[in-house]
Design a protein around this ligand. Structure first.
Ligand code: FES
Length: 120
């Protein structure tokens, strides 16, 4: 199912838009005009990648500076070890849509524990 994210015209280059779905997904508009969608939560700890820094096709986590490749979700810089999921993006009539991945997300241990009802 394609989820409408926002209008491309409302997402300036170099910025991100977070979708409040579960788990949250963020759409990034690069300086080169490309649009990518990845899981918003860093795989290291509970940080929003939409609040991070976008440089080229990489986003840097605002908490401990891990870097993720927006094209593949791969970790380019530690301390994160696991990749973030990537999601398919479609732009139609100026609207950005996201097709959520069916793969299991790599959520950080603190989030997994919270979802399981344990201490955060
Ligand atoms: S929370 Fe992202 S690198 Fe630690």
């Amino acid at each position: 199912m394609m989820i409408p994210a926002c209008r491309l015209a409302d997402l300036p280059r170099g910025e991100a838009h977070r979708l409040d779905i579960d788990p949250p997904v963020s759409v990034f508009h690069t300086d080169d005009g490309e649009v990518f969608a990845i899981d918003d939560t860093c795989t290291h700890q509970d940080a929003s990648l939409a609040d991070g820094w976008l440089e080229g096709c990489e986003v840097e986590c605002p908490l401990h500076a891990s870097k993720f490749d927006l094209r593949t979700g791969a970790v380019d810089s530690p301390p994160a070890k696991l990749p973030v999921r990537t999601h398919q993006v479609l732009i139609e009539d100026g609207m950005i849509y996201v097709q959520p991945s069916t793969d299991a997300p790599n959520l950080p241990p603190c989030i997994v524990a919270r979802l399981a009802g344990g201490p955060a």
